[in-house]
Unconditional design. Structure first.
Lengths: 616, 379
């Protein structure tokens, strides 16, 4: 078969090429006409729409964050302020070379690893035209350096913003809490429009509890901006409504005295005005500086706080649940007298130990170790309070039973949150047979009643509960919910309705007298603080066991590791005749109440003698 | 020959002078004038888009000068030399593309450049010329219209670099390169049945492409095109802003340097890919029509040169280069106005940028080389 050889036919090629060119020209004409139509459609038909849109583009509704309410102590000392702070941010879209810019910024201002890490995290969450903060609280010098170099750092923005500042540093952190940057979970919960332009929110304490009051209401302004939100001109403006200022019941002096008295010991002090429930001091040590949290604490600082064995972040005053020990004996006294099981005159024999009927186990009185015998052959209520006799209250507890004990002690605020206006309050435990069955699924044993009778065993209370209960005793039965905030804006805060614990006047007299003898009595357990006391103080010491002491074992303070030493407690009110302050003190591992009672005296001194001190 | 010339030194000068005089300066005056007008217009718009930054304008002007020099030099070589060298340079270009794949450096998640000791080079750029040149070389000596086996070879020559560039990923460039190669085949007379067959095949493969081949960002671009309002502040932002810029320009525009969209920074990429929006906002539809007219004249001149080319190689190459230039225009103006997906194609000879200017003007140099070797009228 002959092979067909096709030869190149230039004429045919040219004809085809001409045809193809004609098609191409036609296609080009059609396509360019389409483009023209599109632009005609946008620029002529849609002109009005797009002109309006372009106008709107320039005019933007911008949120004006309200000024957060300030927090003052009862005398007007500023505890939480707003400080102008300069923020260095980057607008991703305008930064041509992010890494280059970051390293250039690193030479102008201090940017540490934490800043960078937080910045990169935020970078992923923001739109490219939104400023992403890199550094907060620029110093004046840093701002000047940035201003000078601004031309070579496109997309770098420095904004001024009011930022929370706690001028007293660590002194009030546990009392008022702190604010921090709004996290994702909070952002989801918050009303987005209310918080437009606001970056911080109360995280703990008063800052959180009174968030709605402190925050205020957002304002708006119509501004002409460029696409990056840089304001070129303000067109009109609806001012934000600033948050309301809070005046607290706290007294800075008292707070400082209490904090300094605790020193480097771990512990808590709560002082209250018995007449109103106003909290005069709320201290938990160790302290930390809430300012650290305002703009995101560095991971190094945070892990230092979190991992410290002293758990400084833990607010012992409201979260710390301790066995109240003998500090509940006055309450037990009220229960005994009111139930008719004891009278001021009735006595209990005290050999230094107590035995349940039909049981061989001896429940020891703390005095046994010291004197080898009881407080006295026969102990009455007055002595039982003054000398903190365990045997007397073992006997009372046995006769009262745990459930009636619960009935009498619950009105003093034990076993339930007091309702103090802060966050993270814990309820403590006021045990009952019901409680044990529900939580542990076990029946109640009679021996446990004895432990509870002296504030040990399952019983747990927070310092604020003890302060509130002590205030109620001082008040002869009027129980006030502890209140940190005294005034909101200009208005006094209406206190929660007081709860009245019904008891005979003689009951209160007997308890007050017994507590007076704790301090002023010759053998009072707190007589060490009576020296030079210029007023009558009523108090009660307490010691809380940290580890169980086995039967027959002797507790030796020196041999036990510091962390296993007993907690020292002391509750007090003064002056006896017309109390104006009630205090609860706990010193963790203080060994005994002698660690706590001098602190209470210092606080009460500071409160009652403040006029004298000022004169001196 | 060299030896011969050396032996006859007196002849050398005469030969050189004579041949140059006979050929004359090899550049196409109408095309040069049109290109100068276009680049001048572009610089005026750029001055506004760059917010009156004379430095940016001067930088772009320097690229134009360089581009025009490359163009005029490129126009001086006889076409046959390009034809002979096309496949070899093409092979070199492919090697460089493989090099990019393994040793390339990148930015914004794409790996497009080779770092040659501080000097960054984008091999995909030269492939924009090498692909049509090589396909034209391959077809020039065959009987046209090309038969199916030749067509398949051509598609291989096109697909290989296009695929390499697509995975960088650089959708815009891959598209332009594929188009430039296909245009050669089209101008060479590829049968209509093949063309329709290929179109049908492309439509049929749209679904698997969407599902398996396209990357998320590409799918996102397409979805954004279909409904840019869906993500006003994110993906759709650019298109909404550019449409607003164009539309608010109206018939006569807001005036030079008066565009609010661009000067208040609402318009993204306002001096590169989206520069047409600045032009449309400030000069209005009038300015757009002027630009379209300039482009159309350049395209018509390109087609004219192709029709009058002497060799098959020059002819089909000229047609392809012209059509590719058109694709730049159509895709860019279409994408900025929301007709087409945003694929990162500059507005030719107006958008700021050095590489594309040099490549485009080098292409016009080739076109002028074709123009210099015209068919005798009436042959």
């Amino acid at each position: 078969m002959a092979q067909t050889i096709t030869l190149k036919d230039t004429r045919r090629e040219l004809r085809i090429y001409g045809g193809r060119t004609a098609v191409a020209v036609l296609a080009v004409l059609v396509a360019l006409f389409l483009v023209f139509l599109r632009y005609f459609n946008l620029q002529v038909t849609g002109y009005e729409t797009y002109r309006t849109q372009s106008e709107r583009n320039r005019v933007q509704l911008q949120a004006l964050p309200p000024k957060r309410g300030l927090i003052y102590d009862r005398h007007g000392a500023l505890l939480a302020a707003n400080q102008p702070s300069h923020i260095l941010s980057l607008v991703r879209e305008r930064v041509p070379d992010l890494e280059g810019t970051l390293s250039a910024l690193g030479e102008l201002v201090t940017v540490d690893e934490d800043d960078l890490e937080a910045f990169r995290r935020r970078l992923g969450q923001r739109r490219p035209y939104e400023p992403v903060p890199l550094r907060f609280r620029l110093t004046e010098e840093e701002r000047a350096r940035l201003a000078v170099n601004r031309h070579r750092l496109p997309g770098v923005v420095v904004d001024a913003q009011l930022m929370r500042h706690y001028p007293q540093g660590d002194l009030f952190t546990h009392a008022i809490g702190y604010v921090g940057r709004i996290n994702e979970r909070e952002a989801a919960r918050l009303d987005a429009s209310d918080y437009r332009g606001t970056f911080h929110i109360g995280k703990t304490g008063i800052e959180r509890r009174y968030e709605d009051t402190l925050h205020g209401e957002v304002g708006y302004q119509n501004v002409e901006t460029n696409a990056h939100g840089r304001v070129l001109r303000i067109l009109d403006r609806f001012d934000p409504e600033p948050g309301q200022d809070l005046v607290l019941n706290l007294d800075s002096t008292l707070q400082r005295v209490a904090t300094e008295a605790l020193g480097d010991q771990r512990g808590a002090v709560v002082a209250m005005d018995p007449a109103t429930g106003g909290v005069l001091a709320l201290v938990s040590t160790p302290v930390f500086d809430g300012n650290l949290f305002v703009n995101g604490i560095s991971s190094r600082d945070y892990s230092a706080l979190r991992d410290s064995p002293d758990v400084p972040l833990f607010n012992r005053a409201v979260q710390g649940q301790y066995p109240p020990g003998s500090t509940i004996k006055p309450l037990m006294g009220v229960a005994g007298l009111e139930s008719g099981l004891v009278t001021p005159e009735s006595t209990v024999p005290d050999p230094g130990w107590y035995r349940l009927p039909g049981d061989t186990r001896r429940y020891r009185d703390w005095i046994l170790r010291i004197r080898g015998t009881g407080h006295a052959p026969e102990v009455d209520l007055h002595m039982a309070l003054a000398e903190s006799c365990d045997v007397y209250f073992y006997d009372l507890a046995r006769r009262l039973t745990v459930d009636r004990m619960h009935e009498y002690l619950a009105p003093f605020g034990l076993g339930a949150r007091t309702g103090i206006d802060t966050t993270n309050e814990r309820p403590g435990v006021l045990p009952s047979s019901d409680w044990k069955r529900k939580t542990l699924g076990q029946p109640w044993y009679p021996g446990e009643t004895l432990s509870v009778g002296i504030g040990q065993g399952y019983m747990l209370a927070t310092p604020v509960q003890l302060a509130a209960a002590t205030a109620a005793i001082a008040n002869r039965g009027v129980f006030h919910v502890p209140k940190l905030v005294r005034r909101i804006g200009g208005d006094a805060v209406a206190p929660a309705p007081a709860r009245v614990i019904e008891a005979a006047p003689e009951t209160w007299d007997a308890i007050h007298e017994g507590m007076r003898a704790v301090v002023h009595g010759e053998r009072g357990t707190a007589k060490i603080i009576a020296r030079g006391l210029q007023y009558q103080m009523a108090g009660k010491t307490g010691t809380a066991q940290v580890i169980g002491i086995a039967q027959g074992e002797v507790y030796d303070e020196d041999e036990i590791a510091e962390r296993h030493r007993n907690h020292g407690l002391f509750v007090a009110f003064a002056p006896l005749e017309a109390p104006t302050i009630a205090v609860a003190v706990i010193v963790e591992n203080g060994g005994g109440s002698t660690a706590a009672s001098p602190i209470a005296r210092e606080v009460i001194d500071a409160w009652l003698l403040r006029g004298t001190l000022a004169d001196g | 020959m060299v030896d011969y010339v050396r032996q006859l030194p007196g002849h050398e000068a005469g030969l050189g002078r004579g041949s140059r005089a006979a050929a004359g300066p090899r550049f196409d005056v109408p095309l040069l004038v049109l290109l100068l007008a276009l680049t001048g217009y572009g610089l005026v718009v750029l001055y506004s888009a760059a917010d009156g930054d004379m430095g940016a304008v001067m930088r772009q002007a320097r690229y134009f000068v360089l581009g025009f020099l490359v163009m005029l030099v490129a126009a001086q070589f006889p076409l046959v030399r390009y034809q002979r060298w096309s496949p070899w340079v093409y092979l070199g270009g492919l090697l460089l593309l493989f090099g990019v794949m393994f040793f390339g450096v990148g930015a914004k998640g794409a790996q497009r450049w080779l770092d040659l000791g501080g000097f960054r080079f984008q091999p995909s750029e030269i492939m924009k010329l090498l692909v049509p040149m090589t396909v034209a070389w391959y077809l020039a000596d065959r009987v046209l219209p090309p038969r199916l086996p030749y067509l398949l070879v051509c598609f291989g020559l096109i697909a290989l670099p296009a695929a390499l560039i697509l995975q960088q990923p650089d959708l815009g460039t891959a598209l332009l390169i594929a188009a430039s190669g296909l245009f050669v085949v089209f101008m060479a007379g590829m049968g209509w049945r093949y063309i329709f067959g290929a179109v049908a095949l492309a439509l049929a493969s749209a679904w698997p492409m969407w599902t398996f081949v396209l990357k998320d960002y590409q799918r996102q671009r397409i979805l954004t095109l279909l409904n840019p309002e869906s993500d006003k502040l994110g993906a759709g932002w650019n298109i909404i802003q550019s449409k607003t810029a164009i539309g608010s320009g109206g018939w006569s525009g807001k005036g030079w340097l008066e565009g609010t969209q661009s000067h208040l920074d609402f318009l993204p990429e306002s001096h590169t890919d989206f520069i047409i929006a600045v032009l449309a906002e400030e000069f209005g539809l009038r300015g757009v029509v002027l630009l379209l007219a300039l482009y159309l004249l350049i395209l018509l001149r390109g087609f004219w040169i192709g029709l009058n080319a002497q060799s098959t190689y020059g002819r089909i190459l000229a047609g392809s280069l012209t059509l590719t230039f058109f694709v730049y225009i159509f895709v860019n103006m279409g994408m900025v106005s929301g007709l087409l997906p945003v694929v990162g194609v500059p507005l030719p000879l107006v958008s700021a940028g050095g590489t594309s200017v040099v490549t485009l003007l080098a292409g016009f140099g080739l076109l002028m080389a074709v123009a210099a070797e015209q068919r005798v009228i009436g042959q």
